[in-house]
Ligand binder design. Sequence first.
Ligand code: SAM
Ligand code: SF4
Length: 441
Amino acid sequence: MFNPLPLLEARPQRTPIVVSGDRAPRVNIWQIGCQMNSADSDSLAEQFSELGMVPGVELENADLAVLVTCAVRQHAEDRASSKLGELAKWKSARPGRAIALTGCMVGEHGGSLLRRFRHLDYVFDVREPDGFFARLRDLYQGALEGPVPLPASDRLVAYLPVILGCNEMCTYCIVPFVRGREASRLAVEVEAEAHRLVDRGVAEITLLGQNVNSYVSPEDGSGLPELMARVDRVPGLKRMRFLTSHPRNASDRLLDAIADLRTACEQLHLPVQSGSDSCLSRMKREYSVESYLEILSRARSRIPEVALSTDVIVGFCGETDREFAGTLEMLAQVRFDTVHVQAYSPRPGTAAFRRPDDVPLETKKERLQAVLQLQRGISQERNQGLVGRQVEVLVEGVGEDGRAYGRTRQNRVAWLETPARPGDTVTIRVTSATAWQLLAA
Ligand code: SAM
Ligand code: SF4
């Protein structure tokens, strides 16, 4: 079970950190995985700058490399391992460089990572980084000269974690083992952070949790809809979203909050995982296809123009052709705006790991392609249906070709044919569309 790991250090291997030149130590943060990891990386960057270190530098100019890892699928772990492999050369190129690893792989492998990767110096729990930062303070002492201001953020969208961990026990998922039990943050703290983000120029906030709709305010027991109402009142905030919801907790109050709150975007991401009841039961998802579809029809009737998206796993243990056909049928029936599909990856320690991973890799790949192909057609048609209509776009940046881009309230990417600046909110007509993006003028 989950065991917080404040800090482990490879003392015998670790060479003292030597800062290159007469300057504050520099940090490169590499990250993989979900939005929670993006939020963790941002939070680490802030803590580094408070300590007096400079985050966000290129690897070749860095003194410390930090890897924020993911363990949800084997592929993510393999990428972190190969990144660590590459860093061996980086580290030996200049004496005094160091490497730290955090994120979900720490919950899974703990101190064994230090034995497996001999050039790794620190392993720490991203939820309890104080020990790590205290150690850095000791080591870098002479080179730290008080907080380094973070560069003025040109970021318009930010993630704000509101609940950590997960109490569900989906049989395929490692998250509860590596991220621990659910712990909701104080509503007052979330609200203060939302104010801080908006003061730094953020226009859109996504409230985050593995199971965000099981948020319970420690102050008064209120839930996500009430928290959304508090964040909605932050002056200057333009848009609010939330990720990821469990279908079990998708209440009408939550749907109404999306419909009613000024900043709440008409978007609901509700992972279904499978369109077959027997598969859902082996996954221990605790809902049926019928009850899931019922939530979506309530969402569609209560929230005009709502965009629906989902996650699907193909090739889960024992998934038959018939069960997979159920998934395709359900996708064709719902016609989601977006579908994220993954092939099942067995994770050690989970309940499903004890079952045979009996869907051949070839079949998993075929099923993955079948979902992608079906969804490509649906997304294309849905986007085509918007041609000629007005959409509201929050401009997030300007591409290399000089065209501005942003996202609609329904989270569709839109490229603008008329000039606009990042931060602008423009209401504009869709002129053409592909499966993945809109063109608007
Ligand atoms: N909490 C969310 C939910 O209830 O679905 C999702 C969080 S999970 C980290 C993100 C997605 O990763 C899941 O929705 C699932 O589709 C996928 N996932 C999780 N474990 C997986 C596994 N062992 N193999 C393949 N995909 C997996
Ligand atoms: Fe994993 Fe299930 Fe929790 Fe989502 S709800 S993080 S899939 S255990």
